[in-house]
Design a protein around this ligand. Structure first.
Ligand SMILES: [Zn+2]
Length: 178
């Protein structure tokens, strides 16, 4: 059992693979917030995407695995497609995640390695880790969370930041260790 686990981990992290740069992702997100003077929650990632010249379209995906797809970025059209059949707060995170790919990985998104964003995204690839870090820092930057997290419940934070409860929990754990 432990042998096969070791093998699968090695396959996920081949030695040539670089590590995810979450610091770079954070800096890129904070730069955008500063540039567009966004200082209070909720952060609207659709508005920010459009300001950077990326269109955002909400659509129903068709096909067998369509319901698992949260969205993707079309680099030729400079357009983010979002699954409108998913919960609204999930859609918001999808937009921020795909914008992260566009800003952090402009060359990579044009390759076959780029994959659509799925509901059960495991974020094992360093590009996915970075896009998630970008999204978390764009929607829930530390300087905004610092103002609210001590006095508000997770449900309240979810409402104020317009981010799902699981995303808020992940962020609280990352920033403050609980
Ligand atoms: Zn992704």
């Amino acid at each position: 059992m432990s042998m096969s686990t070791a093998v699968s981990v090695a396959n996920i992290w081949p030695s040539t693979k670089r590590r995810a740069d979450v610091k770079l992702a954070e800096e890129a997100a904070l730069r955008l917030l500063a540039e567009y003077d966004v200082v209070n929650p909720p952060v609207n990632p659709v508005q920010i995407a459009r300001r950077t010249g990326v269109e955002v379209t909400f659509v129903s995906f068709e096909g067998e695995d369509a319901k698992d797809i949260s969205g993707f970025y079309d680099y030729e059209e400079r357009k983010i497609f979002v699954n409108r059949d998913e919960p609204a707060l999930r859609q918001t995170f999808t937009v921020a995640h795909e914008l992260g790919h566009k800003i952090l990985h402009p060359d990579w998104v044009a390759t076959d390695d780029y994959k659509v964003y799925r509901r059960n995204n495991q974020a094992l690839d360093e590009h996915e880790v970075e896009a998630n870090a970008f999204a978390a820092n764009l929607l829930m930057p530390r300087f905004m969370m610092d103002q609210f997290y001590e006095n508000l419940s997770v449900a309240d934070l979810s409402q104020i930041f317009a981010v799902s409860v699981p995303a808020v929990r992940t962020r609280l754990q990352y920033l403050y260790g609980f």
